[in-house]
Design a protein around this ligand. Structure first.
Ligand code: SF4
Ligand code: F3S
Length: 392
């Protein structure tokens, strides 16, 4: 199998097709701040009512929200596959004879409970004792849960694409969105088996499969996907993950912009604050998560890093666990620059291509160079003079 460099793993890995993802000017990407998600599932229903409300699509939730650590749709989708992989082995390297990808087919009953484990916490507090917290200590909770929104990652090494013997799945040149050509599909379901995130799904009514489409018609119009625009918790920011600091200002984008996309800053700058989900699978997912800062880092290390202990140069800490702690601390106490970018989350339904943070203002521009956000980072606070009302 050809080799390709995977920056999320810091090494070369096997992938059946050669590609040059870094050379695309534009690539679909998303950052989700888990600290803001309230499990309302507005995103899930926005996606379902837009894309999968037809016959044979009853169990298709292209967007779903799971309560960690016990939720999962399909049931146990992550642990089941991780148990099959050797140390530091991707799903491509662990493929069985005659296959391109290591995967498994979830059984019917594993698809029947999209809200399994909802709001179920891990751990417990001793009853009858006062819980004291020291504001100067790291505050990981003994009893915890958090919400993990899950969707297709429009991976840079898509397993669905690699698995299909019909080559019915392709990655669009213009934006990296991974689509399934329903004219070519013959219902082999290798994509359903191969995607480690279990997002392609088989439609028994039509006899062919379907997969999430990244809301491509909205992206083409310069808008963000529906899960992003409908999110009442303002948890998400969508844009061009490939637009780095050296991108310049093509397409007439205002020279006031910094040239970089805000999600590129959150994922790739020295202030790295958003991490890919299970990068050890080797698909290079392009949805990145700001981890919950109250959850013990041991759990997050398995979920958001390659699950090996060695330090990698572009990570902030000396081990992955140390790195996760640093990223959690950045999310808990963001810098002024990151605070500015956090204001862009949910600020507009237009896709923010570039931005800048100057003093107390953050501004965003769309792909045509039109300013679409201009707002203060911190609102001025007025404290009233005089006696305060108290409840006495
Ligand atoms: Fe394909 Fe799954 Fe990656 Fe989406 S998440 S691009 S369906 S491998
Ligand atoms: Fe290929 Fe999946 Fe269809 S493997 S043929 S796209 S069901």
């Amino acid at each position: 199998m050809p080799q390709t460099y995977n920056p999320q793993l810091g090494r070369e890995q096997s992938y059946p097709y050669e590609h040059r993802e870094e050379e695309r000017d534009w690539h679909w990407g998303m950052v989700i701040n888990t600290n803001r998600c309230i499990n309302c599932n507005t995103c899930s229903f926005a996606c379902k009512s837009t894309w999968t409300s037809g016959e044979g699509e009853e169990y298709m939730w292209w967007m779903n929200v799971e309560t960690e650590p016990y939720g999962g749709y399909p049931m146990g989708w992550d642990m089941r596959l991780l148990d099959d992989l050797g140390p530091d082995e991707t799903i491509f390297e662990a493929a069985e004879d005659g296959e391109q990808v290591r995967g498994y087919v979830a059984e019917k009953e594993e698809w029947e409970y999209p809200a399994l484990g909802d709001d179920q916490s891990h751990g417990e507090y001793p009853t009858g004792e006062v819980v004291e917290s020291d504001p100067h200590e790291e505050q990981y909770h003994d009893m915890w849960q958090f919400y993990l929104p899950r969707l297709c990652n429009h991976c840079k090494n898509p397993a669905c694409l690699a698995a299909c013997p019909r080559q019915a799945i392709y990655k669009r040149e213009e934006d990296g969105i991974v689509l399934l050509d329903q004219e070519r599909c013959r219902g082999y379901r290798r994509c359903v088996k191969g995607c480690p995130y279990h997002k392609p799904m088989y439609n028994p009514e039509t006899g062919i499969s379907e997969k999430p489409v990244g809301c491509f018609p909205r992206i083409e119009d310069g808008n963000v996907p529906r899960c992003v625009s409908s999110c009442i918790g303002k948890t998400r920011l969508h844009g061009n993950i490939n637009r780095g600091p050296d991108a310049g200002h093509p397409g007439g984008v205002s020279s006031a912009a910094d040239g970089r996309s805000p999600i590129n800053y959150l994922v790739k700058s020295d202030e790295k604050i958003a991490l890919p989900l299970y990068p050890q699978f080797g698909t290079r997912p392009q949805v990145f998560y700001m981890p919950p800062y109250h959850v013990p880092p041991e759990f997050l290390t398995q979920m958001f890093t390659p699950n090996v202990e060695e330090k990698r140069n572009d990570w902030p800490g000396s081990t992955y666990e140390e790195s996760v702690k640093i990223v959690q601390q950045r999310a808990r106490d963001p810098s002024h620059h990151v605070l500015g970018i956090l204001q862009l989350f949910g600020a507009t339904t237009r896709l923010i291509e570039t931005y800048n943070v100057k003093e107390n203002r953050v501004k965003g521009w769309d792909r045509k160079g039109k300013k679409v956000v201009d707002m203060p980072i911190e609102e001025p606070m007025e404290v009233r003079e005089g006696e305060q009302w108290t409840n006495q």
